[in-house]
Design a protein around this ligand. Sequence first.
Ligand code: C2O
Ligand code: CU
Ligand code: CU
Length: 517
Amino acid sequence: MTIASKSLTRRRTFVTALSTLPWLSSAVAQGMMPGMKGMGDVMSGMPGMEAMQGAATALAPVTAIAAGAPLAALHKLVNTSNKTGVFRATLRAAPVSVAVLQNGTPTEFWAYNDQLPGPLIEVVEGDTVEIEFINNLPQPSTIHWHGLPVPAEQDGNPHDAVPADGRRLYRFKLPLDSAGTYWFHPHPHELTAEQVYRGLAGLFIVRAKNDPLQGIPERHLVCSDLKLAADGRIAPNDMNDEMNGREGQFALVNAQRQPVLTFDAGGRERWRIWNANSARYLRLTLPGARFTLVGTDGGLLTKPVTGLTELLMVAAERIEVIVEAPVGGGMVGLVTAPVERGKMGMVPPEFPITLLQVDFSAVKPDRMASLPKLPPSLRRIQRLGPAVAKKRVVFSEEMSMAGGAHSMKFLLNGKSFDMKRIDFTSKINEVELWEIANESDMDHPFHIHGIQFQVLEHELDGKVTPEALLAWRDMVNTKAGETVRIKLVQRHKGLRMFHCHILEHEDAGMMGQVQVV
Ligand code: C2O
Ligand code: CU
Ligand code: CU
């Protein structure tokens, strides 16, 4: 028996033992009900839980952070430029102490401009952006503009790290048709996961000059998680985090636990949702409400996709949805259900978590009846033409016994990331077909820097499913055993990374680089 299958057996035994506990089924049901605490609360309150998880650090119970405050708006980064079309500001990464626990114990985070979540940069397509980055962290850092079409030397590559107490200017001009929902985060060599889980991540919206959805009240929901030790410190990664990607006991929205969103009286809102988690996938439901998907990572779709009841988001993905109030209003929980992504080892049991309470009570039923129709077409997206080059990326895992302790190696094309190795060469402005084959037992969300791609098809067990949506994305899930085909075009010369966006896997080496010439 291999180590992996042995620990899988242990996991099954563990889950079975728990499910025989009489309070479990009713607690699960309560976790699903609006107005009640998520199941996670019950679990972390359980004595001996940490010991059973095999974690070295005792964790704070989920109730240690207060729930129920009004949802906070994001902190907008103020533009200090007085030139039209230029956005100029400073981002300073530094330790900051914040008392997030109800008992007043402070936690030392690392944050941009002392803000959690990090600030929101809002610009219009065509704008020039100048960000002075000051690194007051005790280690090197960079700012990577996730998903944005910025030149490679401005994209915060690990090769361009800003040393502790150093600074640099990032400068780029955003092309037309780049409107979308992006974010930024550090990308230093092997330190990305830690810097992000300590709090470093900010939001970026590029607005269209003409937005077909203008006038619909807009809401920003940043989903991130937080793992705190009982003493209030940010818990280090344990073996499970390194293997499956870190998932904290706190699943936060705009850095708050279960805040309350008071829904617009008009009955309809446009939500931009960021999955800013290190690893956690989201499967979102909002019982009774209607979701219409209107945008992906790289902006609006060609037309709205109506009638959705569930939204699946891999780590690092963003979407835009139109939310319409349920009949009858009231308080409804936005719940994320566990996503089966092939976690390995002794994984603690997972339960639905209520991320947010949505208060629909101000919505007037007659307003719902008279909602104007959404525009039938949102944007033109040119389907990328025939590919003239092809690349194949293979994700795989390997058990290693280095140093006596067993650990997992996460590989890309059989290798660990090497800053000095160029894995691929691409030609600027050429359409390429990329085939991403997941030959591991776990899902890995694929990401490539500097561009948005179009997903063509998914192949699993010999069955090819064409992608239904014509959309711009920079994130796509690859399920265990699946092959995903995408098309892309590089628009800048230079060095680009591509990797699994489970940040622990990325830091562990599941990353490659392409030189665009
Ligand atoms: Cu969010 Cu290398 O990326
Ligand atoms: Cu990126
Ligand atoms: Cu991965």
